[in-house]
Design a protein around this ligand. Structure first.
Ligand code: PLP
Length: 428
C-alpha cells in the first residue's frame, strides 16, 4: 500500500501520519455508514413505491408532454423528501438557478425577503441585489432584510423578530456554511428556527438552501417544516452521475409557481423534455447516500489531520456533520494554492494542471478551485475552492469514493509539507 501511495506522490511519512489519524476514526466512520444505510433504504422505498421501470429511462425531446421518466422522478424526490411536490429538471442549470427560480416565483413586487441566518452564499448576493446586478430581485421591487447570527454562530431570535414586518413574505435559510466559517446548521436547528419564524408570522414561507446537506442526516429540512427545500444535482443528490440539474421540493402550490417561473405561466410542470438525462438522474439519486458517506469520511479525515497539524478547521475534528464541506483556515494565499495543487494532483481527470486564483462570475473576490472532475465544476466530486481573502480558508468537499478523498487529502498535506508551509508530527 505504501508503495502504491508513493507512486502517486505521497511520502512514507505523510502516509503513516494519515494511518495514525484513521486509527482514531473507526466509530465516526461506522456512524456515517449507518446514516448512509438508512438513506439508501429511504431512496429505494421511494423508487419502489413509484414503480420505477426501464420505461422511465427513455429520452424525450421537444415539449416533453407526458414525460413518464421526469414525472416519476419528481414523485421519487417528493417521497424521499416527504413533500407534496417536487420539480427536478435538467433545465435548472445549477444551485443558484434553482434558488433563483424558487425566490422569484414566490416573491412579488412589494414583498420582502428575510435571511435570518446572516449573509447568504456569494452568488445569491447578485440574485437578491445586495450587490447590484441586472434582473436582481431588488430591480423587481423585492426588498431584503437580514438578521445576523450571534458571534457564537447561533440564531439571534430578537434580531429576527425585529426584522419581520408586514412585508416579510419568505425566509431563506442556508443550511451549509458556504464560503463562511460559521457553523452549518443541523436539520433539528433549522426546525427550531422555522417554528420560531412561524410563531412570529404564521404565513411566512420558509425556504431552505439545502446545498451540500442532502443525506448527511436521516432527516431533511422538509421533515421539520420547510415549505421549500432547494439544491443542486451536481452536488449531493446527483450522486456524481447527474451532469446538470437542480431540484425544488415542497408545498404543491409553491412548487407549481416555481414551474411556471422556470418555463412559462400556463405551461408550468407539463413541459420540459428530459433530454436523455433520466438514467443519470435516477442512478445518481440511488447512489447518492453512499457517495455522500464517502465525502463525509473525507471531510472528517481532513478535519482531524489538519487539526493535528495546528490549523483551525470548521467543523472541528469531533463535531457532528450536517454538510459535506470542510473548511481549513490556511492563513495565506500560498498555502491555499499548495492545498489546491495537492487536491488537483489526486484527480482521475486533469491531474497534471496547476490551479491558480482567478476572477469568477458571481464571486466578488478572486477564487481558487481544484477540481479534476468528470462533470465540470461538480463539487460532489473531490474538489477544493475558496475566495482569496482572510482567513484564507479553503473549502474542501466531495469525493465519489472515500479512497479518492483520502488520496486527495494526503496529497494536499504533501504539497504543504514540501513547500515548508506545514509540518507533520513524526512518529513517537
Ligand atoms: C453551491 C451552493 C450554492 C450555489 O450552487 P451553484 O450550483 O454553484 O450555483 C448555493 N448555496 C450554497 C450553500 C451552496 O453551497
Amino acid at each position: 500500500m505504501k508503495e502504491m501511495y508513493a507512486r502517486l506522490g505521497v511520502s512514507e511519512q505523510v502516509f503513516a501520519c494519515g494511518e495514525r489519524i484513521l486509527e482514531g476514526l473507526k466509530d465516526r466512520f461506522a456512524q456515517v455508514d449507518r446514516v448512509a444505510e438508512y438513506n439508501q433504504a429511504k431512496v429505494i422505498a421511494a423508487m419502489q413505491k413509484n414503480r420505477v421501470s426501464s420505461a422511465c429511462f427513455a429520452a424525450t425531446t421537444g415539449y416533453g408532454y407526458d414525460d413518464l421518466g421526469r414525472d416519476v422522478l419528481e414523485r421519487v424526490y417528493a417521497d424521499t423528501f416527504h413533500t407534496e411536490a417536487a420539480l427536478v429538471r435538467p433545465q435548472i442549470t445549477c444551485g443558484t438557478h434553482a434558488l433563483t427560480v424558487a425566490l422569484s416565483a414566490n416573491l412579488l413586487p412589494g414583498d420582502e425577503l428575510l435571511s435570518p441566518v446572516g449573509r447568504p452564499y456569494d452568488t445569491l448576493e447578485e440574485v437578491i441585489g445586495i450587490r447590484e446586478s441586472s434582473c436582481s430581485l431588488k430591480e423587481y421591487g423585492v426588498s431584503y432584510a437580514q438578521a445576523d447570527l450571534k458571534p457564537d454562530g447561533s440564531f439571534d431570535y430578537d434580531a429576527i423578530r425585529a426584522a419581520i414586518n408586514e412585508k416579510t413574505k419568505l425566509a431563506t435559510i442556508q443550511r451549509s456554511k458556504g464560503y463562511a466559517t460559521r457553523p452549518t446548521f443541523s436539520v433539528r436547528q433549522i426546525g427550531e428556527l422555522i417554528a420560531f419564524l412561524k410563531s412570529v408570522k404564521p404565513d411566512i414561507i420558509c425556504m431552505v438552501d439545502n446545498c451540500y446537506g442532502e443525506f448527511t442526516e436521516t432527516i431533511e429540512p422538509s421533515d421539520v417544516g420547510a415549505d421549500l427545500t432547494v439544491g443542486s444535482l451536481i452536488k449531493n443528490p446527483g450522486g456524481g452521475l447527474a451532469p446538470i440539474g437542480g431540484y425544488i421540493c415542497g408545498r404543491k402550490d409553491l412548487v407549481a409557481r416555481c414551474a411556471y417561473r422556470l418555463s412559462a405561466p400556463g405551461l408550468g410542470q407539463e413541459v420540459g423534455a428530459n433530454l436523455g438525462q433520466m438514467p443519470a438522474f435516477y442512478q445518481g439519486f440511488f447512489l447518492a447516500p453512499t457517495v455522500v458517506a464517502g465525502a463525509l469520511k473525507g471531510a472528517i479525515f481532513a478535519a482531524n489531520l489538519y487539526e493535528r497539524m495546528g490549523f483551525r478547521v470548521v467543523p472541528d475534528g469531533a463535531e457532528p456533520r450536517h454538510d459535506i464541506i470542510q473548511a481549513v483556515e490556511l492563513g495565506s494565499r500560498e498555502a491555499m494554492v499548495a492545498f489546491c495543487k495537492g487536491i488537483q494532483s489526486a484527480a482521475p481527470v486533469e491531474s497534471y494542471v496547476d490551479p491558480a486564483p482567478w476572477a469568477m462570475p458571481g464571486y466578488e473576490d478572486e477564487v481558487i478551485m481544484a477540481a479534476g472532475t468528470f462533470v465540470q465544476g461538480s463539487s460532489i466530486e473531490l474538489s477544493a475552492d475558496g475566495p482569496i481573502r482572510p482567513p484564507y480558508a479553503v473549502y474542501f468537499q466531495g469525493g465519489l469514493t472515500w479512497y479518492h478523498a483520502k488520496l486527495g487529502i494526503l496529497l494536499s498535506v504533501q504539497k504543504l509539507v514540501e513547500e515548508g508551509l506545514a509540518k507533520i508530527e513524526e512518529e513517537k
